[in-house]
Design a protein around this ligand. Structure first.
Ligand code: FAD
Ligand code: MLT
Ligand code: ZN
Length: 573
C-alpha cells in the first residue's frame, strides 16, 4: 500500500517521502470523523477477549451481573454493580435520611411548571435514565424532569430545595464515573430539551448556547461557519455542552486548544435554591473579582445546574494530516512526542497512544475497524495529527518529523492517511477503544494523570501484579499525560478488585499524579479524593459546597465523600 512505509531500507523511506502525507481538507475529515457515532451500551453477553490477550479464562464469560442486596433501601444501599464492578467497600453509601421521599403532590407540582411533556414517569424511559453508559451504575429514581427554560430550572430547584428533594443533573449520560445517574431515588433533571443556539459571533468565534446542545451539533453548526469546537470526544454524538462543562471534559483536542477552564468565557448557572447566577460573559478578559464560573467547570453538578454556556471556538484550518505510527517501546513513544513538539510545533493538534492490547480489543470487537499497520506487530502505537493553514508548510514539517523519527529509530513503521476515509479509520481505532473495551468482559476503568516518564510503568506494574488473572490495557491522551488504564477480566471479582484498589490510587499518588485526569470523580471516586487532594483542599471544597448548596440536594454522594462519613450538613440548614 502506498501510504505505508517500512523502517528498514532507504528505498522504502524514499517511497514514503514521495507519496506520504497528502493533505486532507479538514472540514471533510471532521465531517467524516464526527458521523453519528454509535454509542452503544456495554452488552451483558458472553464475549471472548481479543486474540493474543493474556487471560486464559477469557473465552467463557458469564453474564456477570452482580447485584448486591440492599438491607434497607431507605437507609443503606449499594449501587447495582454490573459488569464493571467497583469494590463493594467503595460503592456502599448510606442514604441521607434528611432527603424527602417523592410524593404525588410533588409530581403534580412539576406538571404545573413543565406541563405533561416535561414530566417523565414512564418506567422504560426511567430505566434508561437511571443507568449509566457503562451499565455499571443504576439508581431507582421515579421521576425525570425535562425543563425547557432557565426559569423552569429555577422553579424546579426552588421547590426541591424547600422540600429537600435530592436532584441529579443529567446531560447526555455518557459520563464514566457514575456521576450522571441517581444513587437512590434522586429526581433526574435532564437538560436535553434546552438545546438552542443563542448567538454566534462570526468575527470572534464566540458561541452562546443552552446547556443541552449536543457537542456534535455544535461542532457542525460552527463548522459550517468556519470554526471548530475547542473540544472533541468519542461521545460527541450524545454528550451535551453542559455535561462537558460540568465534567471539564478533556478529549482529543485539549493538547491544541487547552481545557474548558480557558475556553469557556461565561456560564449561566442555577443554584440549589433556585437562584439564577448570570455569569454569561462573552469577554476574553474580565478580572472583575473572583472568576466564579470556574467553580462550575468540573463541578459535576454538585454546585449548580449549568443552563447556558458561552465558549470561544477556534478557526477551522485548511489542512489536516493523520499519521499512525508503531513504536517498539514506551521510551520511544516519549521521544517521539518530544520530537513532534519540537518539529511540528504549532501544527501539532493531537498526540494519542494505545498499546497492542488496546489495538487488539478494537480489532476484535468493533465492526469496520482494520489494523492501520497490518504487517507490523509492535507494542505501542501513536496517532499523530497536525492541523494547520498552509498545506505545503505542514507537509514539509510532517515529512521532516517522520524522517528524523525513523532515522533515530524511534518509530519502526507507520502510515500517513492518504484520504479522508483512511484518516477516519485511523481515528476510529483510537476513539473506538472505550466502546470496544465495553464488549470485552468486565472492565475496571481508571483515568489518571501521571508524569509522562512514569505513565506506562503503572500499566506494566499492574500487569505483573495481576499476572494472568486479567488483561491490562493502556491507552490515552499521551500529549496531555493522561493514561486510561483499563483492566479486563472474565468477570467481576472481589479478589481481583482488591488487587487493583487501592494499589492504583496509591501508585498514582506516589507518582504525584491525579486519580482523575478528565472524567471527574463522580460516585466512583468520591471517597478516593484524598489520594490527590490534601485534607485542607477537600475542606475548602466542602466549604464551597455548603455555601452554594447548604442542604446538599445537588448530586449527593458524588465528588466529595458523603456527608455521613466526612462532612455533615447541619440539620438546622
Ligand atoms: P453526563 O454524563 O450526563 O453528566 C456528567 C456529569 O455532569 C454528572 O455529574 C452530571 O450530574 C453533570 N451534569 C451534566 N449536565 C449538567 C448540567 N447542565 N449542569 C450541571 N451538571 C451537569 N471524557 C473526556 O473528558 N474525554 C474523552 O475523551 C471522553 N471520551 C469518551 C468517549 C466515550 C465513548 C464515552 C462514553 C465517554 C467519554 N468521555 C470522555 C466521558 C463523557 O463523555 C464526558 O464526561 C462528557 O463531558 C459528559 O457529558 P454528558 O452530557 O454526557 O454528561
Ligand atoms: C477516551 O479517551 O477514549 C475516553 O476518555 C474514554 C475512555 O477512557 O475509555
Ligand atoms: Zn480520554
Amino acid at each position: 500500500m502506498k501510504s505505508v512505509w517500512k523502517s528498514s531500507g532507504l528505498e522504502a523511506r524514499f517511497r514514503f517521502l514521495m507519496t506520504g502525507s497528502r493533505m486532507i481538507e479538514q472540514s471533510r475529515v471532521l465531517a467524516h470523523f464526527c458521523g453519528n457515532r454509535n454509542l452503544m451500551k456495554a452488552e451483558e453477553s458472553r464475549v471472548p477477549l481479543p486474540e493474543g490477550s493474556v487471560s486464559p479464562r477469557a473465552q467463557s464469560l458469564p453474564a456477570a451481573s452482580h447485584i448486591v442486596p440492599q438491607s434497607d433501601p431507605r437507609h443503606a444501599c449499594f449501587f447495582h454493580i454490573r459488569r464493571y464492578g467497583s469494590a463493594p467497600g467503595h460503592s456502599r453509601v448510606v442514604k441521607d435520611r434528611r432527603f424527602a421521599e417523592l410524593k404525588d403532590v410533588d409530581i403534580a407540582h412539576f406538571r404545573q411548571i413543565l406541563g405533561d411533556k416535561g414530566v417523565v414517569v414512564d418506567s422504560d424511559e426511567l430505566k434508561v435514565a437511571n443507568t449509566d453508559w457503562m451499565n455499571k451504575y443504576e439508581g431507582h429514581s421515579q421521576l425525570l424532569l425535562r425543563p425547557r427554560t432557565t426559569q423552569q430550572v429555577s422553579e424546579i430547584l426552588q421547590y426541591c430545595y424547600a422540600g429537600r428533594l435530592a436532584v441529579v443533573p443529567q446531560g447526555g449520560n455518557t459520563g464514566l464515573v457514575g456521576g450522571s445517574v441517581p444513587v437512590f431515588d434522586e429526581v433526574i433533571l435532564n437538560l436535553g430539551a434546552m438545546n438552542k443556539i443563542l448567538n454566534f459571533d462570526e468575527a470572534s468565534g464566540i458561541l452562546v448556547c443552552e446547556a443541552g446542545c449536543i457537542l456534535e451539533s455544535l461542532d457542525n453548526y460552527v463548522g459550517s461557519r468556519g470554526y471548530v469546537m475547542p473540544l472533541d470526544l468519542g461521545a460527541k454524538g450524545s454528550c451535551q455542552i453542559g455535561g462537558n462543562v460540568s465534567t471539564n471534559a478533556g478529549g482529543l483536542r485539549l493538547l491544541r486548544y487547552g481545557s474548558l477552564h480557558g475556553n469557556v468565557l461565561g456560564l449561566e448557572v442555577v443554584l440549589a435554591d433556585g437562584t439564577v447566577l448570570d455569569l454569561l460573559g462573552t469577554l476574553r478578559k474580565d478580572n472583575t473579582g473572583y472568576d466564579l464560573k470556574q467553580l462550575f467547570i468540573g463541578g459535576e453538578g454538585t454546585l449548580g445546574v449549568v443552563t447556558k454556556v458561552s465558549i470561544i471556538t477556534p478557526p477551522k484550518l485548511a489542512s489536516t494530516n493523520v499519521a499512525f505510527l508503531a513504536c517498539e517501546d514506551y521510551v520511544s513513544c516519549q521521544k517521539t512526542f518530544a520530537q513532534a513538539k519540537l518539529q511540528l510545533g504549532e501544527i501539532l493538534s493531537a498526540f494519542e497512544f494505545l498499546d497492542r492490547y488496546a489495538l487488539d480489543v478494537v480489532l476484535k470487537h468493533l465492526d469496520g475497524t482494520r489494523d492501520p499497520l497490518p504487517d507490523s506487530k509492535q507494542h505501542f502505537y501513536l496517532l499523530v495529527e497536525t492541523t494547520g493553514s498552509n498545506q505545503l508548510h505542514d507537509k514539509e514539517k510532517l515529512d521532516a518529523f517522520l524522517e528524523s523519527a525513523i532515522e533515530q529509530g524511534l518509530i519502526t513503521d507507520g502510515a500517513v492517511a492518504q484520504d479522508i476515509s483512511q484518516a477516519a479509520s485511523f481515528w476510529k481505532v483510537r476513539e473506538g477503544v472505550a466502546e470496544a473495551m465495553g464488549k470485552g468482559g468486565a472492565v475496571y476503568k481508571y483515568d489518571l494523570s501521571i508524569p509522562l516518564k512514569d505513565l506506562y510503568t503503572l500499566v506494566e506494574d499492574m500487569r505483573s501484579r495481576l499476572k494472568d488473572s486479567a488483561t491490562v490495557v493502556g491507552y490515552g491522551h499521551m500529549g496531555d499525560g493522561n493514561l486510561h488504564l483499563n483492566i479486563m477480566a472474565p468477570k467481576y471479582d472481589n479478589e481481583l478488585l482488591a488487587q487493583i484498589e487501592p494499589y492504583v490510587y496509591e501508585w498514582t499518588a506516589a507518582a504525584k499524579g491525579s486519580i482523575s485526569a478528565e472524567h471527574g470523580l463522580g460516585f466512583m471516586k468520591a471517597k478516593a479524593i484524598h489520594y490527590s487532594k490534601s485534607t485542607a483542599a477537600v475542606q475548602v471544597m466542602e466549604g464551597f459546597k455548603k455555601l452554594l448548596d447548604p442542604r446538599g440536594i445537588l448530586n449527593p454522594y458524588k465528588v466529595l465523600p458523603s456527608p455521613s462519613e466526612s462532612h455533615v450538613i447541619s440539620e438546622a440548614t
